[in-house]
Design a protein around this ligand. Structure first.
Ligand code: UTP
Length: 291
Protein backbone atom coordinates (compact mmCIF):
# COMPACT_ATOMS: atom_id res chain seq x y z
CA UNK A 1 0.00 0.00 0.00
CA UNK A 2 1.31 3.45 -0.96
CA UNK A 3 1.94 6.20 1.59
CA UNK A 4 -0.21 9.34 1.51
CA UNK A 5 1.65 12.01 -0.50
CA UNK A 6 -1.07 14.53 -1.29
CA UNK A 7 -3.35 16.77 0.75
CA UNK A 8 -6.23 18.72 -0.78
CA UNK A 9 -7.30 21.99 0.83
CA UNK A 10 -10.74 23.10 -0.40
CA UNK A 11 -10.64 26.85 0.17
CA UNK A 12 -13.15 28.09 -2.40
CA UNK A 13 -16.21 28.48 -0.15
CA UNK A 14 -17.99 31.82 0.10
CA UNK A 15 -17.34 32.23 3.84
CA UNK A 16 -20.61 34.11 4.29
CA UNK A 17 -20.52 33.80 8.10
CA UNK A 18 -17.46 36.06 8.15
CA UNK A 19 -18.63 38.83 5.84
CA UNK A 20 -17.48 41.54 5.42
CA UNK A 21 -14.02 40.18 6.43
CA UNK A 22 -14.28 37.61 3.62
CA UNK A 23 -15.39 40.04 0.91
CA UNK A 24 -11.90 40.16 -0.65
CA UNK A 25 -9.98 37.40 1.15
CA UNK A 26 -10.78 33.73 1.76
CA UNK A 27 -11.76 32.92 5.35
CA UNK A 28 -8.81 30.50 5.40
CA UNK A 29 -6.52 33.57 5.38
CA UNK A 30 -7.98 34.85 8.68
CA UNK A 31 -5.28 34.68 11.33
CA UNK A 32 -5.33 32.81 14.60
CA UNK A 33 -2.82 34.70 16.76
CA UNK A 34 -0.09 35.15 14.12
CA UNK A 35 -0.70 32.59 11.36
CA UNK A 36 -3.49 32.22 8.81
CA UNK A 37 -5.78 29.23 9.24
CA UNK A 38 -4.51 27.75 5.98
CA UNK A 39 -0.97 27.57 7.36
CA UNK A 40 -2.04 25.59 10.44
CA UNK A 41 -3.58 23.15 7.95
CA UNK A 42 -0.57 22.93 5.62
CA UNK A 43 1.76 22.43 8.61
CA UNK A 44 -0.46 19.60 9.84
CA UNK A 45 -0.14 17.93 6.42
CA UNK A 46 3.62 18.46 6.20
CA UNK A 47 4.06 17.03 9.71
CA UNK A 48 2.25 13.89 8.49
CA UNK A 49 4.88 13.38 5.76
CA UNK A 50 2.73 14.85 2.96
CA UNK A 51 4.70 16.65 0.23
CA UNK A 52 2.08 17.66 -2.40
CA UNK A 53 -0.28 20.43 -1.33
CA UNK A 54 -3.28 20.98 -3.62
CA UNK A 55 -5.30 24.14 -2.99
CA UNK A 56 -8.75 24.37 -4.56
CA UNK A 57 -9.25 28.12 -4.71
CA UNK A 58 -12.12 30.41 -5.63
CA UNK A 59 -12.68 34.06 -6.40
CA UNK A 60 -10.54 35.23 -3.42
CA UNK A 61 -7.53 33.18 -4.51
CA UNK A 62 -4.78 35.80 -4.67
CA UNK A 63 -3.83 36.08 -1.01
CA UNK A 64 -3.60 32.28 -0.67
CA UNK A 65 -1.43 31.89 -3.76
CA UNK A 66 0.81 34.77 -2.58
CA UNK A 67 1.13 33.23 0.89
CA UNK A 68 2.62 30.03 -0.63
CA UNK A 69 4.76 31.88 -3.20
CA UNK A 70 8.27 33.20 -2.71
CA UNK A 71 8.16 36.78 -1.35
CA UNK A 72 11.29 38.15 -3.10
CA UNK A 73 10.96 41.80 -2.09
CA UNK A 74 10.10 41.05 1.53
CA UNK A 75 12.86 38.45 1.85
CA UNK A 76 15.46 40.79 0.31
CA UNK A 77 14.40 43.56 2.67
CA UNK A 78 14.56 41.28 5.73
CA UNK A 79 18.01 40.00 4.64
CA UNK A 80 19.30 43.59 4.27
CA UNK A 81 18.08 44.33 7.80
CA UNK A 82 19.67 41.09 9.15
CA UNK A 83 16.30 39.87 10.42
CA UNK A 84 17.32 36.22 10.11
CA UNK A 85 14.70 34.76 12.44
CA UNK A 86 11.92 36.50 10.53
CA UNK A 87 13.42 35.33 7.23
CA UNK A 88 13.13 31.76 8.50
CA UNK A 89 9.51 32.35 9.54
CA UNK A 90 8.70 33.53 6.01
CA UNK A 91 10.69 30.80 4.21
CA UNK A 92 9.30 28.03 6.44
CA UNK A 93 5.78 28.49 5.02
CA UNK A 94 6.87 26.23 2.13
CA UNK A 95 9.86 24.00 3.02
CA UNK A 96 12.12 23.02 0.08
CA UNK A 97 10.71 19.53 -0.51
CA UNK A 98 7.07 20.71 -0.71
CA UNK A 99 5.17 21.22 -3.99
CA UNK A 100 2.11 23.45 -4.20
CA UNK A 101 -0.59 23.22 -6.87
CA UNK A 102 -3.51 25.64 -7.25
CA UNK A 103 -6.73 24.62 -8.97
CA UNK A 104 -9.65 26.90 -9.63
CA UNK A 105 -13.19 25.99 -8.59
CA UNK A 106 -14.98 28.50 -10.78
CA UNK A 107 -18.29 28.29 -8.91
CA UNK A 108 -18.83 27.37 -5.24
CA UNK A 109 -20.93 24.27 -5.94
CA UNK A 110 -20.06 22.58 -2.66
CA UNK A 111 -17.29 20.69 -0.86
CA UNK A 112 -17.81 17.52 -2.93
CA UNK A 113 -17.40 19.48 -6.15
CA UNK A 114 -14.26 21.21 -4.76
CA UNK A 115 -12.69 17.79 -4.01
CA UNK A 116 -13.58 16.58 -7.53
CA UNK A 117 -11.81 19.65 -8.98
CA UNK A 118 -8.57 18.37 -7.36
CA UNK A 119 -8.68 15.06 -9.27
CA UNK A 120 -6.13 15.98 -11.98
CA UNK A 121 -3.56 16.87 -9.31
CA UNK A 122 -4.26 13.81 -7.11
CA UNK A 123 -4.26 11.01 -9.66
CA UNK A 124 -4.96 7.41 -8.71
CA UNK A 125 -3.71 7.45 -5.11
CA UNK A 126 -5.32 7.81 -1.70
CA UNK A 127 -5.10 11.38 -0.44
CA UNK A 128 -5.92 13.59 2.52
CA UNK A 129 -8.54 16.35 2.61
CA UNK A 130 -8.15 19.07 5.21
CA UNK A 131 -10.71 21.83 5.82
CA UNK A 132 -8.61 24.63 7.31
CA UNK A 133 -11.57 26.26 9.06
CA UNK A 134 -11.60 23.23 11.38
CA UNK A 135 -8.43 24.00 13.32
CA UNK A 136 -7.33 20.93 15.32
CA UNK A 137 -4.73 21.41 18.01
CA UNK A 138 -3.15 18.37 19.65
CA UNK A 139 -0.57 19.99 21.88
CA UNK A 140 1.04 16.86 23.25
CA UNK A 141 0.96 14.44 20.33
CA UNK A 142 0.67 13.84 16.60
CA UNK A 143 -1.50 16.12 14.49
CA UNK A 144 -4.90 14.85 13.41
CA UNK A 145 -3.92 13.96 9.82
CA UNK A 146 -0.82 12.07 10.99
CA UNK A 147 -3.07 10.04 13.33
CA UNK A 148 -5.41 9.33 10.40
CA UNK A 149 -2.58 8.38 8.03
CA UNK A 150 -1.63 5.76 10.64
CA UNK A 151 -5.23 4.47 10.78
CA UNK A 152 -5.30 4.26 6.96
CA UNK A 153 -2.08 2.22 7.04
CA UNK A 154 -3.72 -0.21 9.46
CA UNK A 155 -7.22 -0.50 7.93
CA UNK A 156 -6.51 0.16 4.19
CA UNK A 157 -9.69 2.15 3.59
CA UNK A 158 -11.01 5.71 3.64
CA UNK A 159 -10.93 7.32 7.09
CA UNK A 160 -13.18 10.14 8.32
CA UNK A 161 -12.28 12.29 11.34
CA UNK A 162 -15.13 12.36 13.85
CA UNK A 163 -15.99 13.78 17.24
CA UNK A 164 -18.88 13.45 19.67
CA UNK A 165 -21.37 16.33 19.55
CA UNK A 166 -24.66 17.15 21.23
CA UNK A 167 -27.31 15.53 19.02
CA UNK A 168 -29.26 18.81 19.04
CA UNK A 169 -26.47 20.13 16.75
CA UNK A 170 -26.64 17.29 14.21
CA UNK A 171 -28.06 19.57 11.51
CA UNK A 172 -24.70 21.38 11.32
CA UNK A 173 -22.65 18.26 10.53
CA UNK A 174 -22.34 15.08 8.53
CA UNK A 175 -23.27 12.36 11.05
CA UNK A 176 -22.02 8.74 11.04
CA UNK A 177 -22.81 5.52 12.84
CA UNK A 178 -21.45 1.97 12.88
CA UNK A 179 -19.88 -0.63 15.16
CA UNK A 180 -16.68 0.11 17.07
CA UNK A 181 -13.63 -1.82 15.89
CA UNK A 182 -11.29 -0.44 18.56
CA UNK A 183 -11.31 2.31 21.17
CA UNK A 184 -11.02 5.04 18.52
CA UNK A 185 -11.98 3.41 15.21
CA UNK A 186 -15.48 2.45 14.05
CA UNK A 187 -16.78 1.07 10.78
CA UNK A 188 -19.10 3.51 9.00
CA UNK A 189 -22.44 1.83 8.27
CA UNK A 190 -24.40 5.04 7.83
CA UNK A 191 -23.38 8.58 6.91
CA UNK A 192 -25.82 11.41 6.35
CA UNK A 193 -25.37 15.16 5.78
CA UNK A 194 -26.95 17.58 8.27
CA UNK A 195 -29.81 15.38 9.54
CA UNK A 196 -32.39 16.82 11.92
CA UNK A 197 -31.70 15.68 15.50
CA UNK A 198 -34.68 13.31 15.28
CA UNK A 199 -33.05 11.58 12.27
CA UNK A 200 -29.41 11.62 13.48
CA UNK A 201 -27.98 8.07 13.39
CA UNK A 202 -25.72 8.75 16.43
CA UNK A 203 -23.86 11.56 18.19
CA UNK A 204 -20.73 11.12 16.01
CA UNK A 205 -20.10 14.12 13.76
CA UNK A 206 -17.79 14.38 10.76
CA UNK A 207 -15.17 17.12 11.08
CA UNK A 208 -12.91 18.53 8.38
CA UNK A 209 -10.35 15.72 8.07
CA UNK A 210 -10.49 12.83 5.61
CA UNK A 211 -8.23 10.22 4.05
CA UNK A 212 -9.96 9.16 0.84
CA UNK A 213 -9.31 6.40 -1.66
CA UNK A 214 -9.36 7.59 -5.30
CA UNK A 215 -12.63 5.68 -5.86
CA UNK A 216 -14.36 8.72 -4.32
CA UNK A 217 -13.87 10.64 -7.59
CA UNK A 218 -16.11 8.28 -9.61
CA UNK A 219 -18.80 8.66 -6.94
CA UNK A 220 -18.47 12.46 -6.98
CA UNK A 221 -18.97 12.51 -10.75
CA UNK A 222 -22.54 11.35 -10.28
CA UNK A 223 -23.36 13.01 -6.94
CA UNK A 224 -26.36 15.32 -7.28
CA UNK A 225 -26.79 18.54 -5.32
CA UNK A 226 -27.95 17.71 -1.78
CA UNK A 227 -28.21 19.64 1.53
CA UNK A 228 -27.94 23.42 1.00
CA UNK A 229 -28.25 22.76 -2.78
CA UNK A 230 -24.52 21.89 -2.78
CA UNK A 231 -22.66 18.82 -4.06
CA UNK A 232 -21.85 17.20 -0.74
CA UNK A 233 -18.78 15.03 -0.04
CA UNK A 234 -20.89 13.19 2.56
CA UNK A 235 -23.33 12.03 -0.14
CA UNK A 236 -20.46 10.64 -2.25
CA UNK A 237 -19.10 8.88 0.86
CA UNK A 238 -22.52 7.29 1.42
CA UNK A 239 -22.24 5.85 -2.12
CA UNK A 240 -18.60 4.80 -1.62
CA UNK A 241 -19.58 2.91 1.53
CA UNK A 242 -21.66 0.56 -0.61
CA UNK A 243 -18.53 -0.64 -2.45
CA UNK A 244 -15.68 -0.15 0.07
CA UNK A 245 -15.37 -0.13 3.84
CA UNK A 246 -15.00 3.33 5.37
CA UNK A 247 -13.76 3.99 8.89
CA UNK A 248 -14.54 6.73 11.41
CA UNK A 249 -11.68 7.85 13.61
CA UNK A 250 -12.22 9.71 16.86
CA UNK A 251 -9.06 11.83 16.86
CA UNK A 252 -6.99 13.10 19.77
CA UNK A 253 -6.98 16.89 19.95
CA UNK A 254 -9.17 19.94 20.44
CA UNK A 255 -11.14 21.14 17.41
CA UNK A 256 -12.11 24.76 16.92
CA UNK A 257 -14.84 25.57 14.39
CA UNK A 258 -13.12 28.60 12.92
CA UNK A 259 -15.85 28.88 10.27
CA UNK A 260 -17.99 30.34 13.08
CA UNK A 261 -17.19 33.56 14.93
CA UNK A 262 -17.38 31.94 18.37
CA UNK A 263 -15.09 29.03 17.45
CA UNK A 264 -12.64 31.44 15.83
CA UNK A 265 -12.50 33.61 18.96
CA UNK A 266 -12.04 30.53 21.18
CA UNK A 267 -9.12 29.41 19.00
CA UNK A 268 -7.47 32.82 19.26
CA UNK A 269 -7.78 32.93 23.05
CA UNK A 270 -6.64 29.36 23.71
CA UNK A 271 -3.75 29.41 21.23
CA UNK A 272 -2.59 32.80 22.53
CA UNK A 273 -2.51 31.24 26.01
CA UNK A 274 -0.17 28.54 24.59
CA UNK A 275 2.03 30.98 22.65
CA UNK A 276 5.63 31.23 23.93
CA UNK A 277 5.89 35.03 23.62
CA UNK A 278 2.32 35.96 24.55
CA UNK A 279 0.98 33.53 27.12
CA UNK A 280 2.02 35.32 30.32
CA UNK A 281 0.98 38.85 29.39
CA UNK A 282 -2.21 37.72 27.69
CA UNK A 283 -3.17 35.67 30.73
CA UNK A 284 -2.72 38.67 33.05
CA UNK A 285 -4.78 40.77 30.63
CA UNK A 286 -7.62 38.21 30.72
CA UNK A 287 -7.51 38.07 34.52
CA UNK A 288 -7.99 41.84 34.68
CA UNK A 289 -11.17 41.71 32.61
CA UNK A 290 -14.25 42.15 34.75
CA UNK A 291 -16.47 39.42 33.32
P1 UTP B 1 -18.43 25.65 4.52
O1 UTP B 1 -19.56 24.71 4.61
O2 UTP B 1 -17.87 26.14 5.82
O3 UTP B 1 -18.91 26.85 3.60
O4 UTP B 1 -17.30 24.96 3.67
P2 UTP B 1 -18.28 28.27 3.32
O5 UTP B 1 -18.89 28.80 2.09
O6 UTP B 1 -16.77 28.22 3.30
O7 UTP B 1 -18.66 29.19 4.58
P3 UTP B 1 -20.07 29.83 5.04
O8 UTP B 1 -20.90 28.70 5.56
O9 UTP B 1 -20.69 30.52 3.84
O10 UTP B 1 -19.68 30.81 6.10
C1 UTP B 1 -16.48 23.93 4.20
C2 UTP B 1 -15.16 23.91 3.45
O11 UTP B 1 -15.37 23.62 2.07
C3 UTP B 1 -14.83 24.63 1.26
C4 UTP B 1 -14.75 25.86 2.15
O12 UTP B 1 -13.77 26.79 1.67
C5 UTP B 1 -14.42 25.25 3.50
O13 UTP B 1 -13.03 24.95 3.61
N1 UTP B 1 -15.71 24.81 0.09
C6 UTP B 1 -17.06 24.86 0.26
C7 UTP B 1 -15.17 24.87 -1.18
O14 UTP B 1 -13.93 24.84 -1.36
N2 UTP B 1 -16.00 25.01 -2.25
C8 UTP B 1 -17.34 25.07 -2.11
O15 UTP B 1 -18.05 25.17 -3.13
C9 UTP B 1 -17.89 25.00 -0.82
Amino acid sequence: MKAIHTAVFPVAGLGTRFLPATKAIAKEMLTVVDKPLIQYASEEAINAGITNLVFVVGRTKNAIIDHYDKAYELETELALRHKDALLDVVADVVPDNIHCVFIRQSEAKGLGHAVLCARPAVGDEAFAVILPDDLINNTNGNGCIKQMVDVYAQYHGSVIGTQTVDVSESDKYGMVSGPKLSEKVARVDEIVEKPLPSAAPSDQAVVGRYILTPAIFEKLLTTERGAGNEIQLTDALAELRKTEEIYAYSFDGRRYDCGSKLGYLEANVELALQHDDLAEEFCSFLKKLEL
